[in-house]
Ligand binder design. Structure first.
Ligand code: DX5
Ligand code: ZN
Length: 221
């Protein structure tokens, strides 16, 4: 399993220390949650903070844009050196254009779905994306409870990807811990985002190791 700890649950007063802790852990990616107070009812952080993280991070950045018009920022996310740019399907009227732009900028293109958005909305784009991320909470806050139907949604997404011959990876974000993570792994998830379960654990590095063991990833990213 690939593990992408979410810095939303880090201690922003000691961000460098938390980044170093993740550098020295088994985490695979740094998951960075950008919120605009419009697409979601909260504001998190933006480019100055992400640039500070990028300077010290020694693992790829997975940028999750919970904002309207994410395409306005494709070039700036690429300039951060991000590996993945995740945009919401609900925020992109011209999703195909946005995804193409992300790939042309040299990043992996991720498309994210809110809990109420059906996977069928991706039917005609799954062969063009590198990753699909399912929200297993309503985006906007860390520490929310896992929406149970997400497990079965992962299984249905896996089916869609197989049927369409897509090699897109499946990422899941929200309420992930060892228990929900085990079920998501079984349903076919490749990447788990974890905020509070990692940062509130007595030993975050041990928690990351436990999540990582939930499955063997069969592909190198
Ligand atoms: C929620 C964010 C998540 C969040 C997950 O809007 O997209 O990445 O940090 O936090 P937990 O793991 O605490 O649900
Ligand atoms: Zn996120």
């Amino acid at each position: 399993m690939l593990i992408a700890p979410s810095l939303l649950s880090a201690d922003f007063g000691h961000l460098a220390a938390d980044v170093e802790m993740l550098n020295d852990s088994d985490a695979d990616w740094f998951h960075l949650d950008v919120m605009d107070g419009v697409f979601v009812p909260n504001i998190s952080f933006g480019f100055p903070v992400m640039e500070a993280i990028a300077r010290v991070a020694r693992k790829p950045l997975d940028v999750h844009l919970m904002i309207e018009h994410p395409e306005k920022f494709t070039a700036r996310v690429a300039a951060l050196g991000a590996r993945v740019m995740n945009v919401h399907q609900e925020a992109c009227i011209h999703l195909h254009r946005v995804v193409t732009g992300i790939r042309e900028a040299g990043m992996l293109a991720g498309v994210t779905l809110n809990p109420a958005t059906p996977i069928s909305t991706l039917e005609d784009i799954v062969t063009e994306v590198d990753l699909v991320m399912l929200m297993s909470v309503n985006p906007g806050y860390g520490g929310q409870s896992f929406i149970e139907s997400s497990v079965e949604k992962v299984a249905r997404l896996k089916e869609l990807l197989l049927r369409r011959g897509s090699r897109a990876l499946i990422e899941v974000d929200g309420g992930v811990n060892r228990e929900t993570g085990a079920r998501l792994a079984q349903a076919g998830a490749d990447i788990l985002v974890a905020g509070s379960s990692v940062f509130r654990a007595p030993d975050p590095q041990k928690e990351i190791k436990a999540l990582k063991k939930l499955s063997e990833i069969d592909r190198i990213i």
